[in-house]
Write a protein that binds this ligand. Structure first.
Ligand SMILES: [Zn+2]
Length: 109
């Protein structure tokens, strides 16, 4: 399973989390992974809880099946949502830098 770098968009409608099956409500941030598997491309959406579970509790890059992160939710700390917030912030900063660099190179050419 090949995964591209995740992006962290804001949900424009309700989504279902791949990891736990819970609803990702419209307007909230979530992690979006594009996956390429045996020539097939699909996207995996994860809620804030599963992002934490995957980042902190998962032992590594082992794959996880649909709904399999749900059982890890019982180990979540109260402040689990900072993980997704921090990743989303880093993502925003990276995107901003890329946009600025692009603008600069356009000015130079
Ligand atoms: Zn989830």
């Amino acid at each position: 399973m090949d995964q591209s770098l995740p992006t962290y968009p804001k949900a424009r409608k309700d989504h279902r989390c791949f990891g736990c099956g819970e609803t990702i409500p419209k307007g909230s941030r979530y992690a979006l992974n594009a996956v390429f598997d045996n020539g097939e491309a699909y996207s995996i959406k994860l809620c804030a809880k599963c992002v934490y579970a995957k980042t902190r509790l998962d032992s590594g890059d082992d794959g996880y099946g649909e709904g399999e992160l749900k059982e890890d939710h019982q180990y979540l700390p109260d402040d689990y949502s900072f993980m997704l917030a921090r990743l989303a912030e880093e993502y925003d900063a990276r995107m901003k830098r890329i946009r600025e660099e692009r603008k600069e190179s356009e000015c130079l050419s």
